[in-house]
Design a protein around this ligand. Structure first.
Ligand SMILES: [Zn+2]
Length: 148
């Protein structure tokens, strides 16, 4: 529904009023488009920041394996940054495993390092042990299984 000009406006004022209305309508579209554009840029920047956070954590895991595993990214940051997989190794029997972070029944705001005590090796669990997992690195995809 278009807004009607208030009564008692002279011809010139009515014209100016109509012009302002048209301008306001155009601005709603421009503001909306600009908002969507900035939101898209912001999401891209956050994805990039999450990617860098995961890379940083991976580099620390690789260069200083004995260093503390925290701080680490949130599960949601790893997923957003393009690292849906976590490579782990049992600290007792050294069995390697890749965990799909999206499939874990954990809140998205769980830190990756908090998973160490929760990702128990099934082999050791059958033997009645609950060794913590050694967190190796975040990965883009599942580790390929060597057929040999
Ligand atoms: Zn084990």
């Amino acid at each position: 529904m278009t807004r009607r000009p208030p009564p008692l406006l002279s011809g010139g004022d009515r014209k100016a009023y109509a012009k302002e209305l048209a301008k306001a309508e155009a601005m709603t579209v421009i503001f909306e488009m600009r908002s969507a554009e900035l939101r898209q840029q912001g999401e891209r920047l956050i994805r990039e920041a999450d990617d860098l956070l995961c890379q940083s954590w991976n580099e620390r895991r690789w260069s200083k394996p004995a260093a503390p595993i925290d701080p680490s990214p949130y599960i949601t940051q790893a997923l957003n940054g393009g690292y849906p997989m976590l490579e782990i190794e049992c600290s007792r029997c050294h069995t390697a495993r890749t965990v799909d972070l999206a499939e874990l029944k954990r809140p998205a705001t769980t830190f990756v390092h908090d998973l160490a005590g929760r990702l128990v090796c099934t082999k050791c669990q059958k033997a009645g042990k609950r060794p913590a997992a050694a967190l190796k690195q975040l990965a883009h995809r599942r580790r390929t299984i060597d057929p040999t």
